[in-house]
Design a protein around this ligand. Structure first.
Ligand code: F6R
Length: 261
């Protein structure tokens, strides 16, 4: 795994935007995997800024989001459909027909999950999957204990995740218990993965992801098997890494073209 540690979330998010922009300019159509939550917000703001300046167009992109709550209407203020619309899609030029999120309201959830997997395959697979990590090491909504080769399916959220996400609902009782999420096997098929982590609350999970054993107890640790995974974080999220000095030395020793700056 390539480890990139920047002082601040803003600096790290600019690097993430450089990685996305490089792909979007280089490959048409570029198939992007998006995440929700607080982590990618600064990246989305930077992509919107570049789009506003005329430096970046998403008209030749196809997008797939990682997850969505079960039984929540897409227009619900806390749905991931709304999150993406509010925080990215309405500000850039991704064609509406090219946007995909799991259908949390499907009557036949297994069939909807299979259809989602097929849509990803039909698009040629995801070129770059943006990821955030949960404080318990979850990736998308693959909570600890998830099969390391799981596919898109329904999952039950842990209390920890529902508590963390209650900030979007006001009250934990309003947070749905079930979600549809891409599986770890689905995520691992993305050609490249970019996992972002910010703040001290992620430091333990980041250490387990990068330096711990590969284990379903830390679902994100499966990325150790990915040939093109980048972990991009701020200093606080990196604070518990045992080989922190080494990762910094490796990064600063790279030629400029390898540093995405
Ligand atoms: C959501 C997702 C989750 C979040 C994780 C971190 O699409 O994939 O894995 O990335 O729960 O959430 P934040 O970013 O809010 O700390």
């Amino acid at each position: 795994m390539e480890i990139i540690i920047k002082e601040t979330r803003k600096q790290a998010s600019e690097i993430a935007a450089n990685i996305v922009a490089d792909l979007v300019k280089r490959k048409k159509p570029a198939v992007l995997g998006f995440a929700t939550g607080a982590t990618p917000l600064a990246l989305y703001q930077e992509l919107i800024r570049r789009h506003g300046q005329g430096a970046l167009s998403f008209k030749d992109t196809v997008t797939f989001n990682l997850d969505e709550y079960v039984a929540l209407d897409p227009s619900h203020p806390s749905s991931y459909h709304r999150f993406m619309e509010d925080n990215l899609f309405q500000h850039v030029d991704v064609p509406q027909a090219a946007i995909h999120l799991p259908d949390g309201r499907a009557e036949n959830i297994p069939a909807a999950c299979e259809a989602y997997e097929k849509a990803i395959k039909d698009a040629g697979g995801i070129d770059l999957q943006i990821l955030g990590i949960g404080g318990d090491g979850h990736l998308a909504f693959n909570e600890p204990g998830s099969s390391l080769s799981s596919r898109t399916r329904i999952k039950t959220l842990t209390k920890e995740t529902r508590t963390a996400n209650s900030r979007y609902f006001g009250d934990i009782d309003q947070v749905p218990k079930h979600v549809i999420t891409m599986g770890l096997g689905t995520i691992m098929e993305a050609k490249a993965c970019l996992v972002l982590a910010f703040g001290a609350g992620k430091a333990e999970a980041v250490r387990d992801m990068i330096e711990g054993p590969v284990s379903s107890s830390c679902p994100a640790s499966i990325l150790q098997f990915h040939a093109h995974a980048i972990a991009l974080m701020d200093q606080e999220a990196a604070a518990r890494l045992r080989r922190l000095d080494y990762y910094l030395e490796v990064y600063h020793g790279k030629p400029a073209w390898q540093r995405w700056e």
